[in-house]
Design a protein. Structure first.
Length: 357
C-alpha cells in the first residue's frame, strides 16, 4: 500500500519539472516585454528609486497552469491513471487565470507622472481603488464555487469537525479567496519577500500532504500536486526577485498566489492547517487595519544601507516589527520575515502530528 502511494506521487515530478522550466523561460520573457511596454513600478528601498518591470506573477501563474495541464494531458491520454479529477484541476487553473488577470489590471495602471500611493510616497503605479480589489477578486472564486470544491465538514482548530453545509461553497469559499488574496498583498515591498514567504508556505503544505496524506485520501494528492507546482514555480521565480531584484512580483503575483493557497487548502481538505500557515498575513491584516490600510511597509533607508521603521516604535506591519529588532538591511528583513513564516509552518506540523488539527 505504501509503495503504491509513493509510486502515485511520482506522477508529480514531470509536471513540477515542466512548471520550473516554463516559469524560468516566461519570467525572462516578461521582464523584457513589461519593461518595453512601460508596465513598471519603483523599488523605493534602494539608495535611489529603481524602476523595474512589474507583474512578474504572470510568469508564475503561467508556469503553474502549464504544469497542471501537463498532468491533465498525461491523464487524458492514458500515460498514467489520473488520481484526481481533471475537471477540478481545470477549474483551479481557470481560477488562477481569472485572478491573475485581475491583478494584472491593477499592475498596468501606470501613470506618466508620479501619484500618491498608500503610506504617502509617490510612485508611477496608481492601481485599482481599494473597494475594487476585494470585489474583483471574488471572480477568482467562481470556478471553485461552480464545482462545489472542498468538503463542507471542516475540522476547526481546537473545536473539532464543524458542518457548514451550503454555507461552505457559497459563502466561506468566496470570502476565503477575497481575504487570502488581498491579505497576501499587504506584506511586501522587499526583494524576495513575497515569493520567499510563499515558498516556505508551499513547502509546508508539501510536508503536510506527504506526511499526513493517508488520513485525507485522494484530496491529499490534489493538494500535493498544487503545492508541488506552486513550489516549483516559486523556486524558478525566486532568483529573479531576490536582492537585487530584476522584476517586481506585482498584484498579478499576490492575487494568484492567494487563489492557489486557497485552492490547496480547499481541494486538499487542509483548511485548519492552512489557517495556521497563513497566520502572519492574518496578523498583517489586523496591523494594517489599525491605520485603515493607509500603511507604508517600506523602511527609511539609512546611510549605512540599513532600514529604519517608518513610524518609529509604532507597529503597523510585521515588517515594522522586524525593522525595530535591530539595524537590518533589506535582505535581512526579508530573511527574518521568512523565518517567522517558517516558525508557523513548524507549529502547524507540530499541532497536526499531535492530533490538535
Amino acid at each position: 500500500m505504501l509503495a503504491m502511494a509513493y509510486s502515485t506521487y511520482l506522477t508529480l515530478i514531470v509536471p513540477a519539472v515542466i512548471t520550473f522550466f516554463v516559469t524560468v523561460g516566461s519570467t525572462k520573457f516578461v521582464i523584457d516585454y513589461l519593461f518595453g511596454a512601460g508596465i513598471v513600478a519603483e523599488d523605493h528601498n534602494k539608495a535611489r528609486p529603481v524602476t523595474l518591470p512589474s507583474s512578474g506573477g504572470l510568469a508564475v501563474a503561467f508556469g503553474i497552469i502549464v504544469g497542471a495541464l501537463t498532468y491533465a494531458f498525461g491523464g487524458s491520454f492514458d500515460f498514467f491513471s489520473p488520481v484526481l479529477s481533471i475537471s477540478n484541476l481545470l477549474a483551479v487553473s481557470l481560477s488562477i487565470v481569472l485572478i491573475a488577470g485581475i491583478g494584472f489590471l491593477d499592475d498596468i495602471n501606470v501613470k506618466a507622472q508620479r501619484v500618491r500611493q498608500t503610506g504617502g510616497y509617490l510612485d508611477r503605479k496608481q492601481g485599482l481603488k481599494k473597494w475594487q480589489k476585494p470585489l474583483l477578486t471574488l471572480v477568482g472564486a467562481l470556478p471553485l464555487m461552480a464545482i462545489n470544491a472542498g468538503v463542507s465538514m471542516v475540522n476547526v482548530p481546537f473545536l473539532g469537525p464543524v458542518e457548514f453545509g451550503l454555507m461552505y461553497p457559497l459563502l466561506i469559499l468566496p470570502l476565503a479567496v477575497i481575504f487570502v488574496s488581498n491579505a497576501f498583498n499587504l506584506l511586501g515591498g522587499f526583494d524576495g519577500l513575497q515569493p520567499g514567504m510563499a515558498l516556505v508556505a508551499s513547502a509546508g503544505f508539501m510536508a503536510y500532504f506527504f506526511l499526513f496524506g493517508s488520513s485525507v485520501g485522494v484530496a491529499a494528492y490534489t493538494g500535493a500536486l498544487l503545492s508541488v507546482l506552486l513550489f516549483a514555480a516559486l523556486l524558478a521565480f525566486m532568483p529573479f526577485n531576490k536582492f537585487p531584484a530584476k522584476i517586481i512580483p506585482g498584484d498579478s503575483f499576490t492575487y494568484a498566489i492567494g487563489a492557489i493557497l486557497v485552492a490547496i487548502m480547499v481541494m486538499g481538505n487542509a483548511e485548519s492547517f492552512g489557517v495556521i500557515i497563513f497566520f502572519p498575513w492574518i496578523i498583517e491584516f489586523f496591523l494594517h487595519l489599525r491605520r485603515r490600510f493607509d500603511v507604508r511597509d517600506l523602511g527609511i533607508r539609512q546611510k549605512d544601507g540599513t532600514l529604519k521603521a517608518p513610524y518609529g516604535k509604532k507597529t503597523y506591519s510585521l515588517a515594522h516589527f522586524v525593522m525595530n529588532t535591530g539595524r537590518l538591511t533589506e535582505k535581512e528583513v526579508t530573511i527574518r520575515l521568512c523565518v517567522i513564516e517558517l516558525a508557523f509552518v513548524v507549529l502547524a506540523l507540530f499541532l497536526k502530528a499531535n492530533g490538535l488539527l
